[in-house]
Design a protein around this ligand. Structure first.
Ligand SMILES: Cc1cc2nc3c(=O)[nH]c(=O)nc-3n(C[C@H](O)[C@H](O)[C@H](O)COP(=O)(O)OP(=O)(O)OC[C@H]3O[C@@H](n4cnc5c(N)ncnc54)[C@H](O)[C@@H]3O)c2cc1C
Length: 278
């Protein structure tokens, strides 16, 4: 199928893009186009105007302070895979980027597009939850920042409002970051059936265990994270019960998802176990 007709604009500056976005009710941002174009073709998404932000150089930068790494919304998965900037997270960002889809998709797909789409099975939302990132959102009124857990609202739903653009992701630095990943997908590069990432707490930083592939969006497993902080050597048996409770809470009605819940419990346990080896 072909998409319904739309107008197309390609602004040269952030201000111009924000003006176009705030002018029309039915304007959609296009970044790498890896998800939006198929959705337009299948007519599960539509827009009167497509605002192509791919020329906004200010969203393609990566910068670092002592406290945080800032990644522009238009930085591609491939750029992170190739090590753009220093990975202050012991290789976690590169590991996540390199397992998304295949290289052609990674060359075009952007970290900002992935977050804004909020696909329940996407990799970046889980990773950025585990790292405690903050999302910077611009509009004509200025900039506001949200913790990633407040940005991700539900499957394919974020806190972005009309006229707003995700511009940057700020990730607090972790020192010697100890992380583990548990991922189940049916073939290499496919979306995850289950993805769990654990980042262990150190130096007053809490442990954060995040899970993707649930019925809604990626979410933090609060009980599991707190249990690992209270009792780091809690042991697999005690931990698996706590993980199972968190996983069941992530599926509002867990009954149809019993098999999926079991897989999530296993990926979370794998992520936790692997985090100790780093
Ligand atoms: C074959 C295939 C396999 C894939 N496999 C995986 C996978 O295994 N794991 C994974 O995580 N992802 C996967 N993806 C998704 C892909 O990695 C991209 O992250 C995703 O397509 C979105 O990035 P994009 O830049 O292409 O966004 P687009 O497709 O351009 O946009 C996606 C949505 O986000 C909005 N948007 C984009 N940028 C912004 C912004 N800055 N501010 C506000 N709104 C914005 C758009 O309006 C649109 O609604 C796959 C995609 C394909 C085609």
């Amino acid at each position: 199928m072909k998409p319904a007709l739309f107008d197309y604009v390609r602004p040269a500056s952030l201000e111009e893009a924000l003006k176009v976005l705030s002018a029309g009710d039915d304007a959609a941002v296009i970044a790498g186009g890896q998800s939006l174009l198929p959705m337009l073709n299948l007519r599960v998404a539509s827009a009167e105007t497509l605002v192509d932000i791919s020329r906004l150089r200010e969203l393609k930068t990566l910068s670092e302070t002592e406290a945080a790494l800032s990644i522009g919304a238009l930085v591609t998965h491939a750029a992170i895979e190739d090590g753009l900037g220093r990975d202050s997270f012991n290789g976690l960002l590169q590991r996540i980027a390199s397992k998304i889809a295949y290289r052609a998709v990674r060359n075009m797909g952007t970290i900002g597009g992935s977050l804004s789409l909020c696909d329940p099975a996407a990799d970046w939302p889980v990773c950025l939850l585990a790292l405690g990132a903050t999302i910077a959102i611009a509009s004509l009124e200025g900039e506001r920042c949200l913790a990633v857990e407040d940005f991700l609202v539900d499957a394919y739903t974020t806190a972005l409002e009309q006229g707003e653009l995700l511009v940057r992701i700020d990730i607090p630095k972790q020192g010697d970051c100890a992380w583990g990943v548990g991922k189940v997908n049916r073939k290499s590069g496919a979306f995850a059936d289950s993805l769990a990432i654990a980042v262990l707490g150190k130096d007053c930083r809490p442990t954060r265990v995040a899970l993707g592939g649930t019925a809604s969006c990626a979410r933090l497993l609060a009980g599991t994270s707190a249990a690992l902080d209270r009792q780091p050597g809690i042991g697999a048996d005690a931990l698996s019960g706590i993980i199972a409770e968190d996983v069941a809470a992530a599926h509002e009605d867990a009954t149809p998802y019993q098999m999926r819940c079991h897989v999530h419990t296993v990926t979370c346990a794998i992520a936790e176990a692997r985090s100790w080896s780093r």
